[in-house]
Design a binder for this molecule. Structure first.
Ligand code: ADP
Length: 968
């Protein structure tokens, strides 16, 4: 330490003295100065600037008080105002804001001034502080480890909590916590936390969180490495999730150390700061690591203790709940513990038992000998022997019970005998049973005596039975051999297999069927030789068989032969079980059905072919039973009746037959018999759309051997077009017949009607020729008139024949033209009137506007001529014929009325046909063609003709024609 001399000491020469002083002052590292009570130092040596960083001017501009650390200020003032020489320490602020520790020696001079020399002791102070910290740190560790060592496992949680607070405060962080991992380290939960005042708790959020979310941190912890982050931003990108977690919890820096038991990571201990970033010193990190270790030890101790406690609890429970009376005794025989059974038995509290000599317990006081025997036994057991004997003791109800009593030494780990275990089991029941047994034995012996005699007799019988049994056995063996032969030589394949599908026995038929040798087949299982398709079917059956759900099953399947060919078989598999129903073997019987299958296949193909043929038929084919239920219908049938096959098969279906045909159809079915099994007939049906069609059916009935009807088969076809053609042919034939009738009528007419006028012409012309000179002019004129009438009649006749012939042939044309109907009618009436002179009077009247009509004049002439002529012809001379024309609306109505012979009602209908005449015509000549022509002409006009007549009174024909007929 530098020192300086006071001005009063050893300075001979003032100049020298000053020079020397200045030199010392300049080179010294200590601060020199004179303190003025106004609060400043004057003068200042260069060490001031060196130590505090301020220039001399800057120092002078501050009062010294301002630079003193606020905590040191009061103390400094006290020292600086002292009138004694003092030594003191305080901190002065450096120009960079930090403080420097200075140790001052101060000597007061006059007017309150002080001579002072200050030494920079900052380094020393820091070292001291560090030392102090280190001591505290070590003290903390020592105290914590002490605390944990002395803790019972119950107090560990509290201790951890307390420790977290301590290290939090010591490390000057804001939050400390401990978390434990699940057994597989997949999740972790924070179990303890300490937070500095004002810092919020995060424990509730950090429960059962998945550790996989923090791979970076977990990798480090799994390597048992410490994590220390001074600045959140220092975290590498792969620790992004950890960074987010820190942001979430507000942690600016953290230090985390793993807690491990051996190498097994069980949790971690964490410190974090919330208010400021923190550099984690090595001391802090090692403190955390040490504490982590302490926690790990404490936790494993807690676990071990809890396991031990659990184990103890279990054993105690067993001890208490055992039915035996159990007690623990000292080697001297005093009771240490009693189990529940024993306590209950003695009906005493533990407190009344524990500590007392065992033999003095009430139950042992049955007799002095018993107690003595017990004491001896205890003494012997204390030497290491196990003692066991039956003892009679007193039950609480004063009854005597016998116990099986034992005493065993309980040794410590080093083999030293520590306690004795006394156990007693109530064997009174057993004893009583033994006594009963004894009595029973005596009785039994007596009975045995009696039975021996009986047995001798039975024995003889038995001998006989055994003989019989031996015979049966021989038979059985025989039978077994027979069975074996049957098995081996059976024409069908037979196998015996065990639970694991191994063949135990296979017969010749089986292996030859498959083309293998016996040994080759024996090396296989059914799975190896079964076609995969059927294997899938067979395995579930096998499982059911083994489970006992079924006793046997049958299956058609394919085996794969050695040469890979397939063989179809019918397999019958039977489970063989023992008496208890346990599965022993499977017995399989295998029948080669390849040929049958091939035949079936051929049949199936044939059936398919025939089916296709039947289905393709246009004929309707169906089969139905006697009750009408359908068993088959082809497509054509379904289509015809617009039905789905599913609507018909299995149902009764009767096509709708018109009532008129129903009885007929029923009759046809009734004709069927064994002798006449087929019938063909035709009838009409009403289709679903109400169309009526003709069908032809050939029904065939099939009988069984007893002559009962099995089924009907119907083959039908639609013959509607045929029927139509037939009807047309019939119609044509009818026409033909009519025409031929017409022709013959015509021939007879010609032969008759022409003969009469021709005869008249011939006779008149002969008379005229032969007697022309003799005949008077009058007679000649009469003959000429006769000839003319005959000719005109023939002409009329020919006209009519031609017209009707034309009409029948459809060649009568209709050519309406504009005409004056009144004038036309008047003209016809006048002409006729002239030809008939005054024999009849024809009265023509007309109503309405008939001036302009559109009709065919020629046809209208036929109509009116014929009707008016008939009216004249069939009425007596002098009578009146009335012709009335009325034009109304669009029709012209003609009434032709006479007072003649009339027409019998039965003849009226036929009169409009050719050559038809009424029965009352008598000798009045006629051809029967007139009205037929009239009808045709009216029809061509689109008109109507009616007739009203009364025999003897007269006839009225009414014709209605459209006024304006149009050509077709
Ligand atoms: P016919 O040449 O026989 O007169 P029609 O065809 O003109 O042939 O008449 C057919 C039949 O109708 C007649 O034969 C007759 O029997 C009967 N007839 C027609 N008109 C009359 C009438 N006005 N009075 C009575 N009978 C009539």
């Amino acid at each position: 330490m530098n020192s300086f001399q006071t001005p009063s000491e050893s300075m001979d020469q003032p100049a020298n003295r000053e020079f020397t002083q200045n030199l010392f002052l300049r080179i010294s590292d200590d601060l020199f100065g004179i303190w003025h009570k106004e609060g400043y130092w004057q003068p200042l040596n260069p060490a001031w600037e060196k130590v505090l960083g301020w220039t001399e001017e800057e120092l002078r501009s501050h009062t010294s008080w301002e630079l003193i650390h606020p905590d040191d200020r009061d103390r400094t003032i006290a020292h600086f105002t002292s009138t004694e020489a003092v030594e003191c320490e305080h901190r002065l602020r450096h120009q960079d804001g930090s403080y420097r520790w200075l140790a001052w020696k101060l000597i007061p001079v006059e007017d309150g001034r002080l001579y002072g020399v200050g030494k920079n002791i900052t380094e020393t102070k820091h070292t001291e502080a560090k030392l102090k910290e280190r001591i505290e740190f070590e003290q903390l560790i020592t105290s914590l480890s002490h605390q944990f060592i002395q803790l019972s496992s119950d107090g560990i949680e509290d201790a951890i909590k307390h420790t977290l607070e301590k290290i939090g405060k010591f490390c000057e962080c804001d939050r400390t916590y401990m978390a434990l991992f699940s057994e597989d380290t997949a999740t972790a939960s924070m179990i303890q936390e300490w937070d500095a005042p004002g810092v919020s708790s995060i424990q509730p959020q950090w429960q059962d969180f998945p550790t996989a979310s923090y791979p970076w941190g977990m990798a480090k912890l799994r390597n048992l490495e410490t994590i220390q982050i001074s600045r959140r931003s220092d975290l590498p990108p792969e620790a992004n999730s950890l960074k987010q977690a820190l942001e979430l919890t507000g942690a600016k820096s953290i230090a985390i150390v793993p807690i491990a038991q051996g190498n097994h990571l069980i949790g971690y201990l964490g410190c974090s700061t919330v208010n400021a970033e923190k550099i984690w010193s090595d001391d802090i990190l090692s403190l955390l690591q040490i504490i982590g270790g302490i926690f790990a030890n404490a936790l494993s101790r807690q676990q071990a203790e809890s396991q031990l406690r659990e184990s103890e609890r279990r054993f105690r429970a067993v001890f208490n709940q055992t039915f035996q009376l159990s007690s623990l005794l000292t080697l001297e025989g005093n009771v240490v513990a009693d189990n529940q059974t024993a306590t209950d038995f003695c009906q005493l509290d533990s407190s009344q038992v524990i500590g007392y000599p065992f033999w003095q317990l009430k139950c042992w006081t049955i007799s002095a000998e018993t107690q003595q025997q017990l004491q001896t036994a205890i003494a012997e057991a204390a030497t290491g022997k196990t003692i066991r004997y039956e003892a009679d003791i007193l039950a609480p109800d004063q009854s005597v019970i016998t116990i099986d009593f034992s005493l065993k030494p309980l040794r410590k780990e080093n083999g030293e005998i520590e306690l004795l275990i006394a156990e007693g089991r109530d064997i009174s029941d057993r004893k009583q049973a033994e006594a009963k047994l004894q009595t029973a034995m005596v009785e039994l012996e007596q009975r045995v005596e009696e039975r021996t005699h009986e047995l001798q007799h039975i024995n003889e019988q038995l001998q006989a039975e055994i003989l019989q049994h031996q015979q049966t056995e021989a038979e059985l063996r025989n039978s077994e051999q027979q069975f074996r032969r049957v098995f081996d030589e059976a024409p069908i394949g037979m196998t015996l297999a065990d639970l694991n599908d191994r063949y135990i026995r296979v017969n010749r038929s089986f292996y030859t069927m498959l083309g293998y040798s016996q040994s080759e087949v024996m090396a296989l299982s059914f799975k190896d030789i079964t076609h995969p398709d059927e294997l899938a079917l067979e395995i579930p059956y096998m499982q059911q068989l083994i489970k006992g759900e079924i006793d046997s099953f049958q299956l058609e399947k394919r085996y794969i032969k050695k040469n890979k060919d397939l063989v179809w078989v019918n397999l019958t598999l039977i489970a063989l079980r023992d008496k208890k129903g346990e599965f022993l073997y499977t017995l399989a019987m295998v029948e080669d059905i390849t040929e049958r299958k091939q035949a079936m296949e051929a049949l199936r193909q044939s059936e398919a072919r025939y089916r296709a043929i039947v289905e393709d038929q246009t004929e309707l084919i169906c089969r139905f039973k006697a009750d009408g239920t359908f068993t088959f219908v082809n497509d054509a049938y379904c289509r015809y009746f617009n039905k789905q096959r599913s609507e018909l098969i299995g149902y009764r279906f009767k096509p709708q037959i018109p009532e008129i045909d129903q009885e007929f159809v029923n009759q046809q079915f009734k004709t069927l018999s064994v002798e006449q099994p087929i019938v063909t007939y035709e009838h009409r049906v009403i289709l679903p759309d109400n169309e009526i069609r003709w069908q032809q059916w050939t029904e065939r009935v099939m009988f069984d051997n007893e002559g009962n009807i099995v089924e009907f088969q119907g083959v039908g076809r639609d013959i509607t077009p045929l029927k139509k053609a037939e009807a047309e042919i019939i119609k044509a034939l009818e026409k033909e017949r009519e025409l031929s009738e017409l022709r013959s009528s015509f021939v007879s007419l010609v032969s008759h009607e022409f003969r009469t006028p021709l005869t008249a012409i011939l006779s008149s012309s002969e008379l005229l020729d032969r007697y022309s000179k003799k005949l008077t002019d009058e007679k000649k004129k009469a003959h000429h008139q006769r000839i003319q009438i005959a000719v005109s009649r023939m002409t009329q006749l020919l006209d009519d024949v031609l017209t009707i012939g034309k009409a029948e042939a459809g060649k009568l044309t209709f050519k309406p033209a504009s005409m004056n109907l009144i004038a036309f009618c008047q003209d016809i009436v006048d002409t006729l009137q002239m030809s008939i002179s005054q024999q009849h009077s024809i009265n023509f009247v007309c109503h309405g506007d008939c001036g302009d009509a559109q009709m065919d004049e020629k046809l209208l002439q036929h109509i009116l001529n014929n009707l008016i002529s008939n009216a004249i012809k069939y009425s007596s001379q002098g009578s009146e014929v009335k012709v009335e024309l009325t034009c109304e609306g669009e029709s012209a109505i003609f009434h032709i009325q006479d007072q003649g012979i009339g027409i019998p009602p039965e003849d009226i209908k036929k009169l409009f046909s050719s050559f038809q005449r009424a029965g009352n015509v008598g000798t009045i000549q006629g051809t029967g063609l007139g009205l037929a022509i009239v009808k045709k002409c009216v029809d061509l006009h689109g008109g109507l003709i009616t007739v009203e007549s009364e025999v003897g009174k007269g006839t009225t024909f009414t014709i209605i024609l459209p006024l304006q007929s149009m050509a077709e």
